[in-house]
Design a protein around this ligand. Structure first.
Ligand code: 0RA
Length: 641
């Protein structure tokens, strides 16, 4: 190696290239996955950089546009990515966009608290985009740059970016098209993106985020601005529920860590406690939640004894008794966030336990000393929960001792021959007639059929002994082989699962949607790992069969497919399937059972956003949003083949 300046610069640019190649080689390491979740992450990465600008005090408006050509644009009115000459001999913008980990932490001191590990930055988005166009408004000018698959394609003059116009104000606009050789799908899911942007707006009350979706026939535009912050977040999470207490908000600081808490109780048998660190959602919670929960449990037990709700002989309420009905958001700002485990979604800083319990401990006592009625209402939720918990513990011991589950004890189950769980599937089929056809049609080696009749019990409000007395539910627990457990309890053992796929097969009508809802609620409440580990699917039978006057008949699975078909065919008759019962065994095999041809929708709990929305939609009192959930998810069916 010689030591001229030129060689040194080439060497530097080689490391830069290697950096982005690493991202293209192992995208999952940087954005989690290459599924649609990873795809949406590209948008969040740029938005998070713009939010950093907001936190630094320079940006109050971010616009996210899903463009007709499939690309996304994120523009903000921050300072604009610096474009001046960097010591490496090119515009600083090039360094930001092509160097791993340089991104938003270009100037460490500019940000008091940034997303830490999460904000892997604009360079990752650049590496994973077919193209990325960037416009920076700074110093009265608009600068332009462009990359293709992470490589710059615009020749620079003296290392500086071309100026393409004059600008008022400052800011950054980034338009990128995800690389379809990297992502499984390149269709952004607008609902997920909207809910994440809305959440960002709650966490940053002075920020306005505009969302536009120009892809469909009817463009969608929404503005998210939540001046009330996380208390508004809690209020909106609870909007369809019956409130038990007023929303409470407090904030404070301890050891350089800022803490904000909002919570409210509703008349529901579940808790929904969300944790954020530096505006990033922590789906697995972590030390901030530990601090809050511990101090909350202690304080409430103390009050319960002071008020005589707990007598000397009584045991304390458990933490989950006390959080029964609670919706809470805990948001902290930490100067040096650390995360635990592979997914980096669990906060690990021990000092966060102390900071949150200090702030929450002081504020909770101040609040409840002055709000006795609220305190009593909340403690009565805990009493109810404790009562149910005790009766459930009793029912469970009775049940388990009385009943031994055995694999073949189930009359209605038509089991498969193979015992290799990784290859086996079980179809939960609505109705005896569809069940009968399915039994004839199936691949007996690997496909089991369990017909269930009518509507199964709504487990949302039923006590556990009622749930377990239900014959349909018992046969499912029997067949799956893993037991059952409230929430994430210990009596459910996913390793004993006898089938790789549990496939719900119900009609594509409102009743079918209702049955799917009830089943998902059951799984969510008692066999949650089935969902989190990706074993639950919804079968998507076709909606139509088209019979052309000439040529082969064709099954059409949705209305999009129908309009496509209409474009290409003139003379055909259309048969609309009303229910699974209308298909004979052969048709059922061709359309819904055959792994090579059928369509399945994987049921996911992507994160608490979806989980809580799902819980609310699936378990809430209102029927219309539930139906909407099933339909919405039924529409983005994935082809599983
Ligand atoms: C590096 C340094 C500075 C800002 C940014 C990057 C920046 C990145 C993005 C990405 C989207 N919008 C953005 N806005 C800014 C600091 C700028 C300075 O010190 O002037």
């Amino acid at each position: 190696m010689n030591n001229t300046g030129k060689t040194a610069y080439d060497a530097a640019s080689i490391t830069v290239l290697e950096g982005l190649e690493a991202v293209r080689k192992r995208p999952g390491m940087y954005i989690g996955s290459v599924t649609s979740k990873g795809l949406n992450h590209l948008v969040y990465e740029i938005v998070d950089n713009a939010v950093d600008e907001h936190l630094a005090g320079y940006c109050d408006r971010i616009t996210v546009t899903l463009e007709k050509n499939g690309s996304a644009t994120v523009s903000d009115n921050g300072r604009g990515i610096p474009v001046n000459m960097h010591e490496k001999g090119v515009s600083a913008e090039r360094i930001v966009m092509t160097t791993l980990h340089a991104g938003g932490k270009f100037d460490q001191n500019a940000y008091k608290t940034s997303g830490g590990l999460h904000g892997v930055g604009s360079s990752v988005v650049n590496a994973l985009s077919a193209f990325l166009d960037i416009e920076v408004r700074r110093d009265g000018k608009v600068y332009h740059d462009r990359y293709e698959r992470g490589e710059p394609v615009i020749p620079l003059e003296k290392g500086l970016l071309p100026v393409i116009g004059n600008a008022r104000g400052t800011g950054t606009k980034i338009n990128f098209l995800p690389d379809d050789t990297i992502f499984e799908k390149t269709w952004f899911k607008e609902e997920d993106i909207k809910s994440r942007l809305h959440e960002t707006a709650y966490l940053n009350p002075k920020l306005t985020i505009i969302f536009k979706d120009l892809r469909g026939d009817a463009p969608d535009e929404q503005t998210f601005h939540e001046p009330e912050g996380i208390i508004g977040f809690v209020r909106d999470l609870n909007q369809n529920e019956e409130a038990v207490s007023d929303p409470v908000f407090f904030r404070g600081e301890s050891d350089g860590i800022e803490v904000e808490v909002a919570f409210q109780y509703v008349n529901e048998f579940h808790e929904n406690v969300l944790g954020f660190c530096n505006n990033i959602y922590n789906s697995e919670g972590g030390t901030h939640l530990t601090g809050f929960k511990t101090v909350f449990t202690n304080i409430m037990n103390t009050y319960a004894r002071d008020l005589g709700i707990l007598k000397d002989k009584d045991q304390n309420f458990t933490g989950s008794d006390i959080r029964n009905g609670m919706t809470a958001v805990i948001s902290i700002k930490h100067p040096d966030p650390r995360f635990e485990g592979q997914t980096k979604t669990k906060l690990d800083n021990q000092d966060a336990v102390k900071a949150v319990s200090k702030v929450a401990g002081d504020e909770l006592v101040l609040y409840f000393d002055r709000h006795l009625e609220e305190l009593k209402a909340i403690l009565s939720c805990a009493e109810k929960a404790a009562k149910i918990r005790k009766s459930e513990e009793k029912a469970k011991t009775n049940m388990l001792s009385k009943q031994k589950y055995s694999f073949d004890s189930n009359g209605k189950l038509a089991n498969c021959e193979s015992r290799d769980a990784s290859k086996c599937e079980i179809f939960i089929v609505e109705g005896d007639s569809a069940g009968g056809s399915a039994k004839t049609a199936r691949d007996r080696m690997y496909q089991a059929i369990l017909p269930i009749r009518g509507k199964i019990l709504n487990v949302e409000k039923a006590t556990i002994d009622k749930v377990l007395a239900n014959a349909e539910i018992k046969s499912m627990i029997n067949a799956f082989g893993c037991g059952f457990s409230e929430g994430y309890g210990n009596d459910f053992d996913i390793s004993k699962l006898r089938y790789d796929k549990i496939i719900i097969m119900a009609d594509a009508d409102v009743d079918g949607a209702h049955i799917s809802t009830l089943l998902l609620t059951l799984f969510y409440r008692f066999m949650r790992d089935l969902i989190t580990e990706g074993h639950v699917y919804i079968a998507m039978p076709p909606l139509y069969k088209a019979l052309p006057s000439r040529g082969e008949e064709e099954y059409l699975y949705d209305d999009k497919a129908l309009s496509r078909y209409r474009k290409n065919h003139k003379n055909f008759t259309l048969q609309r399937y009303k229910g699974l019962g209308e298909m004979d065994a052969e048709q059922l095999w061709e359309t819904t059972l055959d792994p090579k041809r059928r369509r399945l929708k994987l049921v996911e709990i992507e994160d608490a956003r979806l989980a809580s929305a799902t819980t609310e939609l699936l378990m809430g009192n209102e029927v219309p949003p539930r139906r909407d959930f099933i339909y919405r998810h039924a529409h983005d069916a994935d082809i599983d083949a």
